[in-house]
Design a protein around this ligand. Sequence first.
Ligand SMILES: [Zn+2]
Length: 169
Amino acid sequence: MRGTLRHPDGEALLAGFPNEVDRLRELVDQRLRTRPADYNRLFGDLVVLAGRYHWSASLWDFTDDFYAVSCPDCEAEVTIAVGDYGCYAAIRDWDLGDIERRSLRPAQAEELRDPGRWMHATAVRDGQQRLAEGIRYAFGQAECPACASVFNIAEAHTAANLPPALETY
Ligand SMILES: [Zn+2]
């Protein structure tokens, strides 16, 4: 299922097996409740089983990630960092590294929308504080270092990874 978007008929194929997909999702959710050591990887599986295929394209594990997105206003390429290196938006310079860093603005848990909302609730349920925190950042807002406009990171990520016809969020 992680390869769905790379397969020309991937989505149509899976649409023929809704019960099996639901059952698999249940099983993965049950497994997550046991707080396994490979929690983040399994969490990625759950996200895919919920039909959010493009989230797996960049394997967000929300604890140590970089995403490249385009600023919706000026189209500058902005690097989003979430994790041990900090939570910021920056311009990536091959020689100088991430320059002109701007702190991300995490969403408050109560203002999260789906899929961020249920992803966050699942991580909190299972005591995965670091993951839950990362989700609040990834579904929050960033300030473009080039033009200072503030944009929604998840929407920019979706635009960068999905053909427009498939955008659901
Ligand atoms: Zn910009």
